[in-house]
Write a protein that binds this ligand. Structure first.
Ligand SMILES: Cc1cc2nc3c(=O)[nH]c(=O)nc-3n(C[C@H](O)[C@H](O)[C@H](O)COP(=O)(O)O)c2cc1C
Length: 154
């Protein structure tokens, strides 16, 4: 993020934990009313930003060898307008206590399940934040520098 900003890009971090995003309940209300979800929460604003962005960076900790529930909930709620999230450059950032990259494959495949549904999405990079167990651990790890460099080259 810092790297991307320093390179002159307009950036914004959205912390999903600060947002109220309910589950998709598959009511298909959005399909009947032109793509507007019947649930009135913070997802409409997040979706607008995803649709407007050139680049989307998706970040999650590994929870039981897949993405966290907050991220999955957000992905499911793109259902109403995911066809409009087109031609994006996509990056993934994943952290885990485990020190092996392979421990993140299922999480990354989960992300790809989503991005494979987006038209014209190009996967551009992955940051593997391995060996990050406790809060702050990541600061001393190579993933921080990698994320910075990746950001600079966006
Ligand atoms: C509910 C839960 C499940 C977790 N499952 C795993 C796991 O399956 N494998 C692993 O390596 N780390 C696991 N962890 C550790 C987190 O991945 C690690 O604490 C996290 O990457 C730290 O990043 P954060 O500070 O962004 O939350 C788990 C942590 C929690 C709270």
């Amino acid at each position: 993020m810092l790297g991307a900003k320093e390179a002159g890009n307009q950036t914004e971090i959205i912390f999903i934990r600060d947002k109220k995003i309910n589950y998709c309940v598959a009511c298909d209300g959005c399909k009947r009313n032109g793509g507007s979800c019947v649930q009135k929460d913070d997802m409409a604003e997040v979706l607008e930003k995803m649709i407007a962005a050139d680049v989307i960076v998706m970040a999650t900790p590994v929870y039981f060898y897949t993405m966290d529930a907050q991220m999955k909930t957000l992905i499911d709620r793109t259902y109403s307008r995911y066809t409009e999230i087109s031609s994006k450059e996509i990056y993934f950032i994943v952290t885990a206590a485990n020190s092996r990259k392979q421990a993140m494959e299922r999480t990354i495949e989960g992300f790809r399940g989503f991005t494979s549904c987006l038209s014209g999405a190009k996967e551009k990079g992955i940051v593997y934040g391995t060996g990050a167990w406790n809060k702050g651990d990541i600061k001393g790890l190579p993933a921080m520098k990698q994320a910075y460099e990746m950001g600079k080259n966006v």
